[in-house]
Each structure stands twice: as structure tokens, then as C-alpha cells.
Ligand binder design. Structure first.
Ligand code: NAP
Length: 228
């Protein structure tokens, strides 16, 4: 069955690879990101009913307008994936730039709240759907030099598990660690060492079907994409 999938941060990395895989499987994708060239590339890719927009998840009013327009056009999504995220440059916490740290929490946590507030009421009204919030291994363990990122992903885990208690059955919310994949974000952590990790395209071949089968049975569980 064709599904409607909302995904944030679809312009590169894991988000873009998931979009390509979902489209190849015949699903309708409603994606956003900040990079206008990458969004135009998706828009002109001939992807039928799918929609791609330039939206910064930190801008609550724009997220609200985007969600309203997408809900009118497509109806409530079957799967809502909060994938957009960022890192601050590696440094001990006492040397982290406060503006960068504030921005990280705005994207990794507050942005997730904006998107949930935009789409989840319609999913509840329709009576089905799954929310997946991208966490990290560092949302369950920690790593020096990445304290703000770890804190944001531990926050994603807590936020998602609490949301899972709130959602009426059969809706579900899942914090998902993707594993470790060679993206621009991983290059910020491991520099050239990131090349030793799997590529987003190979990851998405496993992750997309895995995401599509998530349901109430998984509500509130801290999951990881198998094999990664
Ligand atoms: N790669 C890994 O090994 C790994 C491991 C654990 C967790 N994760 C998580 O997986 C998710 C994807 O990571 P990735 O590795 O694919 O990172 P990435 O290559 O840096 O891609 C991040 C995506 O997020 C988007 N984004 C950033 N800020 C945004 C904003 N304010 N509004 C809308 N979109 C925004 C970016 O788009 P624009 O540049 O167009 O804004 C981009 O499409 C993140 O949540 C990350 O924390 C990744």
C-alpha cells in the first residue's frame, strides 16, 4: 500500500537517501530542508504527488504554514520522520560557542516539537500513524567533545518516550538510532575516518523498509536500524 511520509532534513545525508528509497518503493514523500538548490532538484525530479519545500524546522510559524498546506494537499501522514539535525564543532563544553549550542537545541529538539505540533493532531484525528524521531548512539551513551549533541539526543529519547505515553492507540512514537553512516555529519566527527562506515544509499535500502513496518508494537521502544 502506498504511504504518505513526511521527512525533515531531506536535502542530503540519511534524509536524502531515505527519500530516494521511499520514492523507488512507490510512496509519496513530503520533505523539507533549508538548501534551496537541493529542494529544487527534488521538485524537478518528476516525483509525481510528492512535495518538497524549503522550510527551516526552527521557524515555528513557517513549519505551521507548511504543515497546514501539506495536510490540505495530502491529508495526514502515515509516517512522520524527524530527521533534520546538526552537530556543533567538536570541543570541550566550556569552549563551545553558546550561539552554536543554542542553535543545535533549536534544530535537534525544538524543531522536532514544531513538526510534531504541525502534523500529529491530524494523525490523531485520522486515527493512525507513526512518529519516528532520529536519535543516535550518543542519545544512549556519551562522547567527550560532543556534549551538546549528546544532550540533545538524550532529549530526543526522553521527548519521544513521553510522547509515546500520550499518543492514543494505534498511533506510535519511536526514538530511532540510525547506526553510524558516512554523511557530512559523520565527517564532522571522524573526518576522513568516516569513509570506513557504510554509505547512506546502502543504509537506506535497509532503513526504509524497517521504518515502513514500525507500528504500535514498537511504541516507546528505543530502536536501532538493524545491522548498522
Ligand atoms: N550519520 C550518522 O552516522 C548519524 C548517527 C546518529 C544519528 N544521526 C542523526 O541522523 C539525522 C540525519 O543525519 P545525517 O548524518 O544525514 O546529517 P547531514 O548529512 O548533516 O544531514 C542533515 C540534514 O538535516 C537538515 N537540516 C539541518 N538543519 C535543519 C533545519 N534547521 N531545518 C531543516 N532541515 C535541517 C539538513 O538540510 P539543510 O542543510 O538543507 O538544512 C540535512 O538535510 C540527524 O538527526 C543525526 O543527528 C546520524
Amino acid at each position: 500500500m502506498t504511504k504518505k511520509i513526511v521527512i525533515t532534513g531531506c536535502t542530503k545525508g540519511l534524509g536524502r537517501a531515505l527519500v530516494d528509497e521511499f520514492l523507488a518503493l512507490g510512496h509519496t514523500v513530503i520533505g523539507c530542508g533549508r538548501n534551496p538548490e537541493a529542494i529544487l532538484d527534488l521538485r524537478f525530479g518528476g516525483h509525481g504527488a510528492s512535495s518538497f519545500d524549503v522550510v527551516d524546522v526552527t521557524e515555528s510559524k513557517k513549519v505551521e504554514l507548511w504543515a497546514d498546506r501539506m495536510l490540505t494537499q495530502h491529508g495526514a501522514p502515515d509516517l512522520l520522520i524527524n530527521n533534520a539535525g546538526l552537530l556543533t564543532p567538536p570541543a570541550p563544553l566550556w569552549r563551545q560557542n553558546p550561539a552554536d549550542v543554542a542553535r543545535l537545541f533549536q534544530v535537534n529538539l525544538v524543531g522536532v516539537v514544531h513538526v510534531i505540533q504541525g502534523f500529529v493532531p491530524a494523525m490523531i484525528e485520522r486515527g493512525s500513524g507513526v512518529v519516528v524521531n532520529l536519535s543516535s548512539g550518543w542519545g544512549r551513551s556519551v562522547s567527550g567533545e560532543f556534549a551538546p549533541y549528546c544532550a540533545s539526543k538524550w532529549g530526543v529519547e526522553g521527548l519521544t518516550r513521553a510522547l509515546a505515553e500520550e499518543l492514543p492507540a494505534p498511533l506510535a512514537a519511536v526514538p530511532l538510532s540510525p547506526g553510524v553512516i558516512d554523511t557530512a555529519m559523520l565527517r564532522q566527527c571522524y573526518a576522513d575516518g568516516a569513509a570506513d562506515y557504510p554509505k547512506p544509499e546502502a543504509w537506506a535500502k535497509v532503513a526504509a523498509p524497517y521504518l515502513l513496518q514500525l507500528g504500535r508494537k514498537d511504541n516507546g521502544l528505543a530502536l536501532t536500524v538493524p545491522g548498522f
